[in-house]
Ligand binder design. Structure first.
Ligand code: ADP
Ligand code: MG
Length: 261
């Protein structure tokens, strides 16, 4: 039998989890008007963790990750990202947003800018990076997501899978410490899902701290170290992928898994 410790073919990818905390959410609540959308959320994410968040539509998954970079405001409890507590202090919100990349279901690229310009806009204007350096970094990330040849095209000229890979590259150009993904493959045609997941797997293996809302359970099994199940604004269950899928503890989790697997 091959020795797993010495054979590069079977060695596990370097996905180590640090003891340092990247995101700490405690006793967090959010309302939309009268509607209590997130209920007493506790979630601590250490550096290097890959968390997959799943749950029925309307359970609050998007709202939760949008709260982490202050796209939505929480009303009580605490959210701390890389040691910075999220309050209504705009300077802190800016700091956190620089640190946290976000990829949405619908790409959200700027249609009137080229792929390269989409990737360099924030580094140039937010980080005040010289244009030449921003271009070089953008080309590195476009190469990493395997579309450097598309740099001078516009988003409308690319397939959905390519646009989503640009969206990922664009986020990476800001050198985030944490990446949030909100159903990044659910608007894609099936044949394009893999090319985006491959990029996300690569990112996970590079040690990025990630929270991914996705129903791609193959991805969850491959890279997540923890799967979090939400229902009706609550975290119902949280476990490593293997026990989560093979031995879910709560009826709501069992029902959900029976519907999607
Ligand atoms: P998920 O991503 O799990 O599908 P969301 O976080 O998008 O869930 O939404 C959770 C609940 O909050 C849903 O009932 C949704 O209708 C409601 N909701 C989402 N955004 C808003 C908003 N801006 N105003 C009021 N209600 C909202
Ligand atoms: Mg959602």
């Amino acid at each position: 039998m091959a020795n797993a410790a010495t054979s590069p073919d079977v060695a596990p990818p370097a996905m180590t989890v640090s003891k340092e905390v990247a995101i700490e959410i405690s006793g967090m609540n959010k309302w939309y008007g009268e509607f209590h959308v997130l209920k007493n959320i506790d979630l601590t994410v250490n550096k290097g963790e890959r968390i997959v968040v799943c749950g029925p539509s309307g359970s609050g998954k998007s709202t939760l990750i949008r709260c982490i970079n202050a796209l939505e405001k929480h009303q009580s409890g605490k959210i701390v990202v890389d040691g910075i507590e999220l309050t209504s202090d705009l300077k802190k919100i800016d700091e956190i947003r620089r640190d946290v990349g976000m990829v949405f279901q619908h790409f959200n690229l700027f249609p009137h800018l080229t792929i390269l310009e989409n990737c360099t806009l924030a580094p140039i204007w937010v980080k005040k990076m010289p244009k030449k350096q921003a271009n070089e970094i953008a080309m590195e990330y476009l190469t990493r997501v395997k579309i450097p040849e598309q740099a001078n095209k516009y988003p409308g000229q690319l397939s959905g899978g390519q646009q989503q890979r640009v969206a990922i590259a664009r986020s990476l150009c800001m050198s985030p410490n944490v990446m949030l993904f909100d159903e990044p493959t659910s608007a894609l045609d099936p044949e394009m899902i893999k090319e985006v997941l491959d990029v996300m797997v690569d990112l996970a293996q590079s040690g990025m701290t990630m929270i991914c809302v996705t129903h791609e359970m193959g991805f969850a099994r491959q890279v997540a170290n923890r799967v979090v199940f939400m229902d009706q604004g609550q975290i119902v269950e949280s476990n490593a992928p293997e026990p989560f899928f093979t031995n879910p503890q709560h009826e709501r989790t069992k029902l959900f898994l029976s519907q999607i697997l």
